[in-house]
Every structure is written in C-alpha cells, then in structure tokens.
Ligand binder design. Structure first.
Ligand code: ADP
Ligand code: TYD
Length: 208
C-alpha cells in the first residue's frame, strides 16, 4: 500500500475535531518517518482555494443547492488532479480534512435532496474513494458550540441549527454503514489526546 501512497480522509459534523485530529495525525506520521501531505476540502490546490471562498463566504442563499454541488465538485476535481493524485503517485500519505462524503451529506442530504446527482457527478468526475475514512462521531450540541466558538468569514454553513446537526450526525453514521470497508468510527466526545490515540492506532494497522 505504501508504494502507491495512502489516502486518508477525516469526516464528521462541523466542530467534531477533524482539523485538530488531521493535524495531530500528520505530525505523528511525519515524526515516524512518513512523507505526509496534509490537505483539506473545499480547497487544497490554488484553484480549489479560490472556489472555497466562493462557496463558504457570503449570503446563505448565494447559490442554489445544484450550483453549490457543481462548485464543490469542480474544486474537488482540481484538488485531485493537482495535489492528491501526484502525492499518492509519489508514495506519500495524503490526509484530507473532508472529501466526497461531505458532499454526500451536505449537498446530498441537508442543503438539497440531491444524493442521486451527487453520486452521478462523483462517478463522472471524481471516481475515487479514500483508502480509509475516519469519522469523528460527535454529540451535535457540543459540535455546534465548538464550531460557533470560532469567529471568521467562512460562515455560510455555520448557521445550522441543532436539528440539522442531529440529522447530519445520523447521516454520517449511515454512510459508515453504507461503506463499511473504508469507514472507521471514532468517538469524538473525549479529550483531544484520547481521540488522537485511537486515530493513530487505527491508521497504524494500514501502515507497515
Ligand atoms: P472541525 O475541523 O471538525 O470543525 P476543529 O478541529 O476545528 O473541528 O475543532 C473545533 C474546536 O474544538 C477547536 O476550537 C478545537 O480546538 C476544539 N476541539 C477539537 N477537539 C476537541 C476535543 N476532543 N475536546 C475539546 N475541544 C476540542
Ligand atoms: P470546513 O472548513 O471543514 O468546516 P468545519 O471546520 O466547520 O467542519 O468545511 C466548511 C463547510 O463546507 C462545512 O460546513 C461543510 C461544507 N462542505 C460541503 O457542504 N460540501 C463539501 O463537499 C465539503 C467538502 C464541505
């Protein structure tokens, strides 16, 4: 597996601790001699970062759900071509904070009922799944309060109420059942170091 690289993604509701855990895992793997590319979506390549600003900033009604789906997919295609695939071809470990499962959830479930279109576009334009997806499962109220604690301009999606956060949590757990081979569910309702220990134990089994 190492020769062709290893593609790991973190998923979960806003504020579940994905970015924190992705950073800690990247540090751990670098310290143990692996070449790591830590990246994120939307974004992760210059063009995709520009699209990130379009989708995450501004009025919540700025885009229809369909247009938003196209923008996220365009960003992912650029990220895949320019960052992810080249790194995997060089045998690196790619750690990505969110990927296609976020589109299945946010555009497929919460912002529109577009799951069929999400899947069709994915097959047509992306056609790749991670080797392993770490789902940080989190109590929705805690996640919401953590996410709201952050100040910034990327607020288009963060006015989600508690009901939607609950549906998203359930939706991610359903996705884990839909793709049981690559999903690992981690209890995120613990201190940062306990969660990180689980993450390194699980990923360790995939790295020789
Ligand atoms: P995400 O990327 O899933 O939105 P972050 O990693 O940015 O989540 O974490 C959201 C906030 O919660 C940050 O302020 C972070 O420092 C804090 N945080 C992350 N993990 C934990 C944890 N296990 N316990 C308490 N706070 C945490
Ligand atoms: P992110 O910066 O990871 O937010 P957070 O740290 O709060 O988890 O992602 C920004 C938002 O973009 C997040 O609310 C989820 C949303 N998103 C989608 O709607 N579709 C997608 O395909 C992706 C990758 C993200």
């Amino acid at each position: 597996m190492t020769q062709q690289g290893l593609f790991l993604t973190f998923e979960g509701i806003d504020g579940s601790g994905k970015s924190t855990q992705a950073r800690m895992l990247a540090d751990h793997l670098r310290n143990t001699g692996h070449e790591v590319v830590l990246t994120r979506e939307p974004g992760g390549s210059p063009g995709a970062e520009e699209i990130r600003n379009l989708v995450l900033q501004g009025d919540p009604d700025r885009w229809s759900a369909e247009t938003e789906l196209l923008l996220f997919t365009a960003a992912r295609r650029d990220h895949l071509e320019r960052t992810i695939e080249p790194a995997l071809a060089e045998g690196k470990v790619v750690i990505c904070d969110r990927f296609a499962d976020s589109t299945r959830m946010y555009q497929g479930l919460s912002r529109g009922n577009l799951r069929a279109a999400v899947d069709q576009l994915h097959t047509l334009m992306i056609g790749r799944e991670p080797d392993m997806t770490l789902l940080i499962d989190m109590d929705p109220d805690t996640g919401l309060s953590r996410a709201k604690g952050r100040q910034g301009v990327e607020e288009r999606f963060e006015d989600f109420g508690p009901d939607l956060q609950r549906r998203m949590r359930a939706g991610f757990l359903d996705l884990a059942k839909e793709f049981p081979k690559r999903f690992r569910v981690i209890d995120g309702n613990r201190d940062v170091d306990s969660v990180a220990q689980d993450v390194t134990d699980i990923v360790g089994t995939s790295l020789r």
